[in-house]
Design a binder for this molecule. Sequence first.
Ligand SMILES: Cc1ncc(COP(=O)(O)O)c(C=O)c1O
Length: 365
Amino acid sequence: MIPIAKPNIGKEEEEAVLEVLRSGMLARGPKTKEFEASFGRYIGTEHAISTSSGTTALHIALLANGIGKDDEVLIPPVTFFATASTVLFCGAKPVFVDIDPDTFNMDVAKVEEAITPNTKAIVPVHMFGQPVDMKPLMEIAEKHDLKIIEDACQSHGAEYDGRKVGTFGGASCFSFYPTKNMVAGEGGMITTDDADLKTECMLLREHGEITHYEHIVLGYNFRMTEIGAAIGGEQLKKLPGFIEKRQANAKRLNEGLGDLKGIQTPKVIDNASHVYYQYIIKVDDFPLNRDELVEFLKSKDIGARPSYPKPLSEQAILRTLGASADCPVARGMLPKMMELPVHPLVSDEDITYIIDTVKVMGGTW
Ligand SMILES: Cc1ncc(COP(=O)(O)O)c(C=O)c1O
């Protein structure tokens, strides 16, 4: 089976982890500091604060931005659950802004109509590896005095207007979960240029401890382990190569499937680079429907799978907890969306095989 995701771990990561194990310094050690410094340099922010996951990064980035009770935070309905749950953890309310049917990202043209006097922040999520159209979004945020907290958990290294995602928000969050473009086992990172925000995030990450056993705010233990940082540090060095291979695989898939009737390959906005965390095709008016195509590809050892089953705006638990807004575009789009393998361990031969196998069903083989 060509897997839909697979961590790309080599000797370098193994050795870095052994070094940590032998050092006896399993938390709060030099690898964590080095990884934070190198990640901040790579993204292009003054500061980077490591965390135990993308979820905990979002949670404390929202808190450090002052998000709290009765505040409303604008998020897209096509994203992972954590984008919404972390808003709720802060006591605030997620308000959904429907997606653009071509990019699957938050439709920036629909943001202003969702703003109320309680709106405090927007969380643009750079979905599947493609940046949100940040320029008009930043203008709206500025006009209405709203914070921007980027959810870049799926888009390490993606660029918009020549800048990496993670440099646009007051704070931005990344995940190093094992399926991501770079991994750390589990782990996350917040990037920011704001020194005060960095201090607040560090306090929230570590029990609000300002000096040894002196606690000034109610913080958590959301630290990254030294082992995770050792893996992450090595992965970061390889990230540009990983991205290049994802983009090369995506280009071949675009060329191979782009003209197939009933298959829409990913559309990329003009001033952005897509890092293809997921290669999403839209299946509409193809000889097989989306689910049939997924099953057919699986029967041929290709690890295709449907995208998210429904918009977050239709998850019962979120509705019960007060998240609101109907998202008809997302509802109509998701049943047609599916993922094809695109990660760096998918070989050129695999890509040829995927294209040929889809084409068999498209009747053009
Ligand atoms: C868009 C998005 N936000 C947040 C997260 C949460 O990250 P983590 O799984 O590291 O907690 C993920 C990861 O799955 C994600 O894809």
